[in-house]
Design a binder for this molecule. Sequence first.
Ligand SMILES: Cc1cn([C@H]2C[C@H](O)[C@@H](COP(=O)(O)OP(=O)(O)OP(=O)(O)O)O2)c(=O)[nH]c1=O
Length: 198
Amino acid sequence: MKQLYLASGSPRRRELLAQIGVPFTTISADIDETPFPEESPSAYVERLARGKAEVGRGAIVSDADFCVLGADTAVVLDGKILGKPVDEAEACAMLMLLSGCEHEVLTAIAVHDGERCESLVVRSLVRFRTIGRVEAAAYWASGEPRDKAGGYGIQGLGAVFVTGLNGSYSAVVGLPLCETAELLGHFGIPCWQTLNAH
Ligand SMILES: Cc1cn([C@H]2C[C@H](O)[C@@H](COP(=O)(O)OP(=O)(O)OP(=O)(O)O)O2)c(=O)[nH]c1=O
């Protein structure tokens, strides 16, 4: 049985991967997340997911068969990537941009087995209600927006802004579970062996 590594520091990705019953070990995968000039958001998230899987692969010291899973999520409005807000002003400005309209969430996943890497991008559309400046500031004070793409978490308090979602909920949180299970299957890693064992 291949050993699966999740190359991620994101607690959301850990929880999501655990949800589909596949045993894994978490390793860190710190890479430079600066977009290239003229790079499309889709190419950007896919490059980063592949980069995280590649960096994770380099960190593994084992002779056993393994796979490394990397992922990246970006919030995109009118073709522009909104990253993680660094301060209250930036977080509030992002929420004002997202207020009352629909934006894209792109999540890429990549699996590397030491020889080949397969990757894909999942696109979801999220619609927000109108958000006031005072509540945007209060949301920042909750601490939730800080480490999240686009400055919100659909799985947390940020859910109160969401009037609609077209796509994959788990992808918006950080890991598209349907596509992840399918991709791991290509590498011979079944996702519910723990369920089947019962
Ligand atoms: C839009 C959105 C993003 N996020 C999170 C998922 C990711 O953790 C983060 C996007 O940043 P990423 O750079 O994709 O991931 P990360 O830096 O947190 O973790 P790593 O690179 O080590 O895997 O935003 C939510 O938790 N909820 C949401 O609704």
